[in-house]
Design a protein around this ligand. Structure first.
Ligand code: ATP
Length: 235
């Protein structure tokens, strides 16, 4: 469904990605593990068109994405939920959510149905729909960010560090929700530093170091890999 083939990315003279090969099949939940600065966000930026890959190919549902505009990529069904949430803090929760459905704005009824689905997944957001997004707790703000991404009707969702800065109990809820979104049929590519929790809901995972994929395997293979346990799980 999504295939990155030898993708490289430059920021000026600095090469952040070096020939990255990744694929996610339809319905999979694939995890990207890596330390700060390894290149996880750069991969997502290249896929969603926020940064243009300087080499290689990114195909989604048979279409080449390199060179397509970010809004077209959302219309194709690939939605990026960025690290740090990037909400509009002064706008209401409802407004933030509906902005995620912007590319489908002509379909008013469909948007209401999607909004109902988001509220069913995150009932607290319905209660807080008129509050400024910036007044919510960190976990609730992350729910708004994921809800906004779901309003774009993703076939595939790129989630960049959704557990960042959240309390352990909230992190657990967040991973349960991500697993539910995936079980409902959305393909998920999840970048995480919270390796154990992420691997537990994953089908497969990749380890990225300094812009290169250094390891790839199934959940079981990576959970059992001593290098991974030492570097990312701490056991
Ligand atoms: P983090 O979790 O800290 O965001 P990451 O794995 O997502 O880490 P990236 O943000 O993709 O890593 O960064 C990969 C490398 O690219 C790092 O060395 C980073 O400093 C560099 N980098 C990222 N964005 C830019 C930019 N806009 N300009 C220059 N260098 C950048």
């Amino acid at each position: 469904m999504l295939t990155l083939d030898k993708v490289s990315l430059l920021y000026g003279n600095f090469q952040a990605l070096h020939g990255v090969d990744i694929h996610a099949d339809e319905g999979e939940l694939v995890v990207l593990l890596g330390a700060n600065g390894a290149g996880k966000s750069s991969i997502f930026h290249a896929v969603s068109g926020l940064q243009r890959a300087s080499g290689g190919s990114i195909r989604f549902g048979g279409r080449e994405l390199v060179g397509r505009k970010p809004s077209q990529i959302v219309e194709d069904g690939l939605v990026h939920c960025p690290e740090g949430r990037k909400l509009f803090p002064g706008m209401s929760v409802l407004k933030n959510l509906t902005l995620g459905g912007y590319v489908h704005r002509r379909d008013g009824k469909g948007s209401q149905r999607l909004l109902d689905e988001v509220f069913a997944l995150f009932p607290i957001l319905h209660e807080k729909k008129d509050c400024p997004a910036g007044s919510l707790s960190g976990g609730q703000q992350q729910m708004v960010a994921i809800g906004r991404a779901l309003m774009g009707r993703p076939k595939a969702l790129l989630l960049d560090e959704p557990s960042l800065g959240l309390a352990p109990l909230v992190v657990r809820q967040m991973f349960e929700i991500i697993a539910r979104i995936n079980q409902a049929g959305t393909t998920v590519l999840l970048a995480e530093q919270n390796a154990y929790a992420a691997l537990n809901i994953a089908s497969r995972a990749y380890v990225i170091e300094q812009g290169r994929i250094v390891l790839e395997g199934s959940r079981e293979e990576l959970l059992g890999n001593e290098q991974v346990r030492k570097a990312y799980i701490g056991a």
